[in-house]
Write a new protein. Structure first.
Length: 290
């Protein structure tokens, strides 16, 4: 069965992007005029499910197999090296960033106590479900990536998704009580560049495994690893004022490490597919391979 809406049939990725933006922005927008409250946060987090909601709707409207698309979320048999990469690479990036910051005299404090394992676990589970994992990856990587893989090189596809993905976050920068709204200029610029670089890393994980679950874990671990960076709060904030230079130093250092990872991935696996194996395309979404 094919879609009864010709535009969706001809432009599934554009339709997905429009749907993801529309759902997220419309559902989250009341929080703009609300005081911080449970109601406002519930709207924000419900709205954050725009990517999987849009992907599911577009899949259904096109008459494709929703179960085949959704099965990617529980695809866990991908080989142990990918589980090591998903959990370990984000931590390694933070570790290297820390070493570089220490070497250049950056705003870190190695004498700080280690983060509680309970806190780390909570941050990870939060990220896996409602802050980057389940609420985003079934759409960005689980829908847009395979469609764009069939049309562009994998690197180009991941960069397109990265730009759209960054723009999708706009409400979080204007809702006054979200963390994004408090970003300094250096944070804002660095965040946009960082999310585009992360899009390449997540595309690499997805293209090699065909698993949305793997990229959900990757994404959640990236968010979790940030709390492990031993920043010195008294250097970042002096007399209640954020030190822009210190923030920019941390941001630039972390971006530099991420960029090196991306360059290594592209150099080794190639920009065309980001994998040495079969690249997941639309046939993968329809359950015709893998």
């Amino acid at each position: 069965m094919s879609s009864q809406i010709p535009w969706i049939e001809e432009h599934p990725v554009a339709a997905f992007f429009v749907g993801a933006y529309a759902f997220t922005w419309i559902v989250s927008s009341p929080a703009l005029i609300m005081e911080e409250s449970w109601t406002a946060w519930i709207l924000i987090y419900i709205g954050s499910f725009g990517p999987p909601v849009s992907a599911g709707v577009i899949t259904w409207l096109r008459g494709d197999d929703i179960r085949a698309w959704a099965r990617q979320i529980i695809r866990w048999r991908v080989g142990w090296p990918w589980w090591v990469a998903a959990f370990g690479l984000p931590v390694a990036i933070v570790a290297v960033t820390t070493v570089v910051l220490v070497a250049i005299g950056g705003p870190v404090d190695l004498d700080q106590p280690l983060q509680s394992p309970v806190l780390v676990a909570i941050v990870f589970l939060f990220g896996l479900t409602v802050s980057g994992g389940l609420n985003e990856e079934p759409g960005w990587r689980g829908f847009a990536q395979p469609y764009l893989n069939d049309r562009y090189s994998a690197l180009t596809a991941s960069l397109i998704i990265g730009v759209v993905w960054a723009g999708w976050h706009l409400p979080y920068f204007v809702i006054p009580f979200t963390p994004h709204s408090g970003f300094t200029l250096a944070n804002q610029i660095g965040w946009v560049i960082g999310i585009i670089l992360l899009s390449v890393i997540l595309a690499w994980g997805y293209n090699n495994t065909g698993s949305v679950l793997i990229v959900m874990v990757f994404h959640a671990m990236v968010n979790t690893a940030d709390v492990l960076l031993p920043l010195a709060p008294d250097v970042l904030v002096v007399d209640g004022i954020i030190d822009e230079t210190a923030v920019a130093t941390v941001t630039a250092t972390q971006l530099g490490v991420q960029l090196l990872v991306v360059l290594a991935i592209v150099a080794y696996f190639g920009r065309e597919s980001l994998t040495r194996g079969e690249i997941p395309g639309v046939a993968h979404l329809k359950g015709e391979n893998r």
